[in-house]
Ligand binder design. Structure first.
Ligand code: PGA
Length: 239
């Protein structure tokens, strides 16, 4: 049959995603794999630094991460917003306040991801840009462990909203309303420039760019809980 020539019947899709992207990737893969049931998926979950090296060495079909790298020539496309929110224990005093001044974060201890994490980079840049000294607490190499550490009261964190919906819904964590949050980033799909994608890889890339945001933003459980806890920042007033 004609369709057997399309290359979409079977084959392997090999993708690598940033640790925080693994919270939503399965929901997309479920739909994609229903559409192309012959496809075998290999999903690697790792941090930004490793993703950049995989891009450089061209060892996966494509990667999903928070921002294109500076020194690798890639083709990239943003497909969804990736707001980073402040996370605190559910009973933190901040949860009873609104529009908290950013400078108050200077009195809090922050748990940070390992060097090489895109989230950590974004967090450091944010504190530097706003001229807030950051008191660094534990360095923790997993988002799950950061969430548990915040819950345990070891400090506050900054994390992709996609990673904390369950905890917000179950009231295990809070996302206090601090001015200048969320830190707005995007999720990008990318591969090395000029790479020849297999038909199935091309289909997945198109699927991400055209459908992912619509699918995930429609998921009632996926983003609503977080939105309730992180109201939109009011427009900045002139000084
Ligand atoms: P990471 O991912 O913090 O796990 O490296 C997020 C990103 O790439 O921005």
């Amino acid at each position: 049959a004609l369709t057997s020539l399309s290359g979409l019947e079977r084959g392997t899709l090999s993708i690598s995603v940033a640790t925080t992207a693994h919270y939503f990737a399965p929901k997309l893969l479920k739909i994609f794999c229903e559409r192309y049931p012959g496809v075998n998926v290999k999903l690697d979950v790792t941090n930004r630094e490793q993703l950049v090296s995989q891009l450089e060495n061209n060892i996966v079909d494509m990667v999903i991460m928070g921002r294109p790298p500076e020194n690798v020539d890639v083709e990239s496309g943003a497909f969804m917003e990736n707001p980073l929110v402040l996370i605190a224990p559910a009973d933190h005093p901040f949860t009873r306040e609104k529009s908290i001044q950013l400078k108050r974060l200077a009195n809090e201890v922050f748990l940070v991801r390992e060097v090489g994490s895109g989230t950590r980079k974004a967090m450091e840049l944010f504190f530097t840009q706003h001229n807030i000294p950051m008191i660094m607490g534990m360095e923790v190499s997993s988002d799950e462990a950061i969430k548990r550490s915040v819950q345990a009261g070891l400090g506050l964190g900054i994390m992709s909203r996609d990673a904390i919906q369950n905890e917000l819904q179950l009231n295990l964590l809070s996302a206090p309303d601090v001015l200048h949050f969320p830190i707005m980033r995007h999720w990008y799909v990318m591969h090395r420039k000029g790479k020849r994608l297999s038909p199935i890889a091309q289909a997945f890339k198109d699927f991400l760019l055209q459908e992912a945001a619509g699918i995930l933003n429609k998921e009632p459980t996926l983003r609503d809980a977080a939105q309730l806890q992180t109201p939109q920042m009011p427009p900045l007033k002139a000084p």
